[in-house]
Design a protein around this ligand. Structure first.
Ligand code: SAM
Ligand code: SF4
Length: 325
């Protein structure tokens, strides 16, 4: 599918739950109510959408949440998505808490990649950010994934605490392990509005001062929102996903499906199409799902609205955990 700004849309992020077993301060602090299960799309409904989406050119699926591994049956969903004609890649974004339990099954299902969110390698800082005292479990999941040759990306959202330096230890992971470490800029969405992120330019400048020969990896440009750098002697790359300071919307290739079945053209705006209503209406003609997918692609804005001035009513009000980050 081609959107009004001539971008090819071939990637769909699907949130399969709005629940989470962590309480990241910028995403899902204590006290957030989850949707009743009946309001969440079933796997059958998700697969119906994906079959239509694949027929229209969606090739890449990312399963996200909330914490996707909290929902039973993810490996089977991966297997069925992988068997959907047209889908070439199915990957997962997880906080890693339950990864060790499901890794063999995910591997057997043919998972193409796992993104693991990890904001600090300091156990106490990690606990303060996530509410979880189990950093070692996440580290084990990283090693176990790599030992199965599953491509791993570490996603880190850093909070500026005045002298935040965890990025140094996180970046070092890409030196010792064959994985990519990506720094994601804090977005002013949901609870993220209350936090100041760490400026990516500062991290890059310090990396450049520390490592001679660091070069931008132009080969990976445009393949996603990250700008990657290679450092001699590193097994993996360092990436920056800087939605605010270096807007990448001109390369956007994605649409989103929330756990409650809203099809969204952009993370930033409240707009979307209620696909659940379409899926659950027995009178809906068969073509309606495909039409909704085409309509949401036609709705895609030129760029996000985090830094501009758009009417308050058109901004997304939900927390990231409800949308699917
Ligand atoms: N629970 C899974 C995880 O943590 O990977 C999947 C869902 S989580 C919402 C997906 C990603 O969104 C995580 O990497 C998280 O750090 C990121 N995220 C959450 N709130 C954010 C915000 N305000 N700005 C930028 N990234 C955010
Ligand atoms: Fe849960 Fe992921 Fe949000 Fe953290 S970032 S609260 S792990 S959904």
């Amino acid at each position: 599918m081609i959107d009004p700004f001539n971008r090819t849309i071939d990637y769909m992020r699907i949130s399969i739950t709005d629940r989470c077993n962590l309480r990241c301060v910028y995403c899902m602090p204590q006290g957030i109510r989850s949707l009743p299960e009946t309001e969440i799309l079933s796997y059958e409904e998700i697969l119906r959408v994906c079959t239509e989406a694949a027929a229209l050119g969606i090739r890449y699926i990312k399963i996200t949440g909330g914490e996707p591994l909290l929902r039973e049956g993810v490996p089977d969903l991966v297997r069925r998505l992988k068997n959907t004609p047209g889908i070439t890649s199915v990957s997962l974004t997880t906080n890693g808490v339950l990864l060790n339990r499901y890794l063999d099954a995910l591997y057997a299902a043919g998972i193409d990649g796992i993104n693991i969110s990890l904001d600090s390698l300091d156990g106490e800082r990690f606990r303060l950010t996530t509410g979880y005292n189990g950093l070692n479990t996440i580290i084990r999941g990283i090693h176990e994934s790599l030992s199965r040759a599953i491509p791993v990306k570490i996603n880190a959202v850093l909070i500026d605490n005045g002298g935040a330096t965890e990025w140094q230890d996180l970046a070092d992971l890409a030196r010792v392990l064959p994985l990519d470490v990506r720094f994601i800029e804090m977005m002013p969405i949901g609870y993220g509005k209350a936090f100041k992120g760490v400026a990516h330019d500062r991290i890059l400048q310090e990396l450049q001062e520390t490592y001679a020969g660091i070069t931008e990896d132009r080969a990976s440009l445009g393949a996603g929102p990250a700008v990657y750098y290679r450092i001699p002697g590193f097994k993996g790359k360092i990436g920056f996903i800087s939605a605010l300071s270096h807007q990448f919307c001109h390369t956007c290739n994605r649409i989103r499906l929330t756990a409650e079945g809203m099809l969204k053209p952009c993370l930033c705006y409240a707009s979307g199409i209620d696909l659940k209503a379409i899926l659950r209406d027995p009178d809906t003609p068969k073509e309606a799902i495909g039409q909704a997918l085409r309509d949401v692609v036609a709705m895609k804005p030129a760029s996000h609205c985090f830094t501009g001035t758009v009417p308050e009513g058109s901004l997304e009000k939900r927390a990231m955990v409800a949308i699917g980050g």
